[in-house]
Design a protein around this ligand. Structure first.
Ligand code: 13P
Length: 335
């Protein structure tokens, strides 16, 4: 087993998943403003460190994605990557520099950050990161995602992934097809499949070792403004259909983003994906909002209540971990 394959498996195996705590300062400020907390570096660290020192880190979290600010922060004499590693989880780092307007299709985005990436990766490796994340973002409408958005983002993801492997880390490949829009689940299935297939075409051209990667896909859902209502069983079926047909078998597994689903929806859908999973892929979580939302809300009411915040986070992480093994049920939520 290659070193990169063993890192990837350590992150996503045994019912563990990823805590995505890599919100940029802009996004984190929106989240903190939303609960009435001032977005200072100290407050961002305080909340995040509350999560990183929770009991469930050892049993439920295989990897944590950090933002540039956080990977360089410390609490007392311990760096954040060290605090995370001590729990057995692997520190990771978001390395893209955000999605910018695509010059040839102005309503769409291209993710930037390739310039100087090799040097930044060396620095992050020294700081303790062993995996990285890059997110391409696609919208669905009548004419989108366009061919140019699909091919340029796939190309950037592949060049990123190749550089990350060169630096001894596992790339998380995240092509996120957004939920926003009036489209139905069939369109989400078709567009997501096209996007993912193009990514693997480019990853192969760039000689990325797929065994040492993790895919971070969206689930197949109707658009957030669609009138279509489908069950979680159908969401799971369509999601599996998409991944089975678009992802090469060498990929060890996938860790879904929550993408604006509620904590419960993201948990229930992941559970059914695992109940129905008829592939050899590991299917787990890489949730931001669906792991943090309730904990953040509680914390914002009393930022000194570390224990209460951790209890809420522990429960959420436990539910996600059960879902990653297909062992979650609604009754367990309120026990
Ligand atoms: P959400 O789970 O909140 O979508 O965040 C995951 C993530 O890392 C998006 O890039």
């Amino acid at each position: 087993m290659s070193e990169l394959n063993s890192i990837a498996l350590k992150i996503i195996s045994s019912g563990k998943g990823i805590l995505a705590a890599d919100e940029s300062n802009g996004t984190m400020t929106k989240r903190l403003d939303g609960v009435g907390i001032s977005s200072t570096p100290e407050n961002r660290l305080k909340f995040r460190n509350t999560l990183f020192t929770s009991e469930s880190m050892e049993s439920c979290i295989g990897g944590v994605i950090l933002y540039d600010e956080t990977i360089k922060q410390s609490v007392g004499s311990n760096s954040i990557p060290l605090i995370i590693s001590k729990t057995g989880a692997i520190p990771g780092i978001k390395v893209d520099t955000g999605a910018k307007t695509l010059s040839s299709s102005k309503e769409e985005k291209i993710t930037e950050g390739l310039d100087g990436l090799r040097e930044r990766l060396k620095e992050y490796y020294k700081l303790g990161a062993r995996f990285a994340k890059w997110r391409g973002v696609y919208t669905i409408s009548e004419s989108y995602p366009s061919k140019v958005a699909i091919s340029t983002n796939a190309h950037a993801l592949a060049r990123y992934a190749s550089l990350v492997q060169e630096s001894g880390m596992v790339p998380i490949v995240e092509p996120e097809v957004l939920m926003d829009g009036v489209h139905n689940s069939k369109t989400c299935l078709d567009k997501t499949s096209e996007v993912i297939k193009k990514c693997y075409e480019e990853l192969e051209i760039n000689k990325v070792d797929l065994k040492g990667t993790i895919l971070k896909p969206n689930m197949i859902l109707p658009g957030s403004k669609s009138e279509e209502k489908i069950t979680s069983e159908e969401i799971a079926k369509l999601t599996l259909q998409c991944l089975k047909n678009s992802v090469p078998s060498e990929v060890p597994g996938m860790a879904f983003l929550s993408g604006g689903q509620s904590e419960l929806e993201a948990t229930e859908n992941l559970n059914l994906i695992n109940v129905q999973n008829n592939t050899n892929f590991i299917m787990t979580y890489s949730y931001g909002r669906a792991l943090q939302q309730s904990a953040l809300k509680h914390w914002s009411k009393n930022i000194q209540d570390t224990k209460g915040t951790q209890e809420i986070f522990n429960n959420r992480a436990k539910m996600c971990s059960l879902a990653a093994r297909g062992k979650w049920s609604y009754e367990l939520e309120n026990k």
